[in-house]
Design a protein around this ligand. Structure first.
Ligand code: GRG
Length: 304
């Protein structure tokens, strides 16, 4: 049996991620069975179990464990945030949104099941996420469960994911898109659900209000960091791959951090965000902050 309270010096993030991803995948598999109507459940399972790094569930579990909660307490919420993430990708991939044929190395949901099924499977997954949190969360007060549901709703709706997507969609090709707009899109599209994931886990772990706000700030920083690094990789990858591939990111003239402030300033900004994220964890039990610190480093240093 592995010790679930790692110390920073001995902490092996890769094994931790792998171990958690396995239990998350098991729980996700169990959360959608192949029942009638088979078509919709098949489509849901196709995208939900197609792989993915499981960053959001891992954040929920790690935040819960930071405050002494057990993995099992956070598991329904961990599955819920992955369901929301997956359904947002399914909808984003549709022809009238981002129009992608491939996702997580496989044909996109609508390519396999058709557009109507992909829309409905996404809708069903959105509902299932809330159902799971409300019915399967054990060992905490109903007040905590309600607060978790509030966080999840906030992260998704017109002040979260949807806000980011609508501004992104409406500003496509706008040459006047500025730094503030770009930051709004990233904070809403990407950081909001990462924030929700961490905060939900913290609430379930028993964090008090002050502690919740600290990890919220941590999550906001790594959320924006995720996107700034993505933008930087876009440039470095594009220049490496130029000539080899005609990938759409190379063609599309989208606004990025390097385009607005240059690559050097973008790198400085990402260093700053990483530092600010890790600073938020300074007051907590250093045995237990290792996974969240490692996650910030992982997001900052990833190379694809
Ligand atoms: C949520 C109701 C509702 C509607 C969706 C379409 C839409 C509104 C939002 C799209 C948001 C979007 C595409 C955000 C990008 C998120 C992002 C950072 C994706 C990459 O995440 P990773 O790297 O991917 O964690 P894996 O595949 O590893 O899970």
């Amino acid at each position: 049996v592995m010790d679930s309270s790692p110390t920073p010096s001995t902490f092996d993030f890769k094994s931790y991620m792998l171990e958690k991803a396995i239990s998350v995948n098991k729980a996700l598999d169990a959360s959608v069975s192949l029942q009638e109507p088979v078509k919709i459940h098949e489509s849901m399972r196709y995208s939900l179990l197609a792989g993915g790094k499981r960053v959001r569930p891992l954040l929920s579990i790690a935040a819960c464990e930071l405050f002494g909660g057990h993995e099992a307490v956070a598991m329904p919420s961990a599955c819920a945030v992955e369901m929301i993430h997956t359904m947002s990708l399914m909808h984003d991939d549709l022809p009238f949104m981002d129009n992608d044929d491939l996702r997580r190395g496989k044909p996109t949901n609508h390519k396999v099941y058709g557009e109507s099924v992909a829309v409905l499977a996404g809708d069903a997954m959105l509902a299932l996420a809330f159902h799971l949190v409300a019915t399967e969360t054990r060992g905490v007060s109903s007040d905590q469960v309600v607060r978790v549901i509030v966080e999840l709703a906030k992260a998704i709706g017109a002040e979260g994911l949807v806000a980011g997507q609508i501004v992104d969609v409406c500003s496509e090709g706008d040459p006047n898109l500025g730094l503030e707009d770009l930051e709004f899109i990233h904070r809403s599209k990407t950081a909001a659900l990462l924030e929700g994931s961490v905060v939900m886990g913290a609430i379930l772990g028993g964090a008090n209000d002050e502690e919740v706000e600290k990890v919220r700030k941590y999550a906001r920083c790594i959320g924006l960091l995720f996107q700034v690094v993505d933008d930087i990789l876009d440039v470095t990858k594009s220049s490496k791959e130029l000539g080899k591939t005609a990938g759409k990111d190379l063609v599309a003239d989208k606004t990025t951090y390097p385009k607005l402030i240059g690559i050097e300033k973008s790198r400085e900004f990402s260093d700053e965000l990483k530092r600010e994220a890790i600073d938020q964890l300074a007051g907590f039990n250093s045995d237990k902050t290792a996974p969240l610190i490692a996650m910030a480093n992982y997001i900052a240093n990833r190379d694809n």
